[in-house]
Ligand binder design. Structure first.
Ligand code: IMP
Ligand code: MG
Length: 189
């Protein structure tokens, strides 16, 4: 089998290779392993579907303690590459998070509206703590004030990214690297 990754025509360039992404994810796992080292109850690792799924899969296998899996689906009503309106909770989590440490795993914080809505919702359920870990942070794009507790990659100048869960019209989530979307293909993918 060829080791060459699939590079669709709408990917302008590879921003971070699979190897570089894996290195950053390993560092995030190390940070989490330290942070929750002496925890009594297993933290709940909450995957924000769908975008965070590949990142979650990579990360969770490197966590060296008992953890509980959970998932939530949020809609962010995207136009082509811009989110419009406020995100809504589409599918709720499985666990009661009251008194528990919850680690939110998300693909990207851009305007940060999604994470702000999610965090407000989760706080209403009285967790012991909330920790937010993102694969990609775009601090220049904020519409609301927000800083993730841990970001694997911090990106400037707002390129639209695809791969490792990040999509363009639901495509490209499966790419093993993070690529830059070629805006000439806007509306054509
Ligand atoms: P927010 O603007 O921080 O609320 O992010 C909303 C959602 O926009 C994220 O969960 C992603 O699904 C999506 N998003 C933001 N930036 C990008 C990007 O560069 N590529 C793909 N999706 C993105
Ligand atoms: Mg997302």
């Amino acid at each position: 089998m060829s080791k060459k990754p699939f590079i669709p025509k709408y990917v302008k360039r590879i921003f971070y290779s699979e190897k570089q992404v894996n290195q950053k994810v390993a560092q995030a796992a190390e940070w989490l392993n330290k942070k929750f080292k002496n925890n009594k109850k297993p933290p709940i690792f909450l995957c924000v579907l769908k975008g965070a799924l590949p990142f979650y899969g990579k990360l969770i296998m490197q966590i060296k303690m008992d953890v509980i899996f959970d998932f939530i689906v949020l809609s962010s009503f995207r136009g082509n590459i811009k989110a419009v309106g406020m995100p809504k909770i589409v599918t709720d989590l499985f666990n009661d998070i009251k008194g528990r440490d919850v680690v939110i795993i998300e693909d990207v914080s851009d305007s940060a509206k999604t994470l702000t809505v999610l965090i407000k919702y989760l706080k209403s359920r009285k967790p012991k703590s909330l920790t937010t870990v993102v694969l990609v942070d775009k601090p220049d794009m904020r519409k609301v004030s927000f800083k993730p507790d841990y970001a694997c990659l911090t990106i400037k100048n707002n390129p639209f990214l695809v791969g490792c869960g990040l999509d363009i019209n639901e495509k490209a989530r499966n790419l093993p690297y993070i690529g830059e979307f070629d805006k000439r293909y806007l509306g054509k993918v």
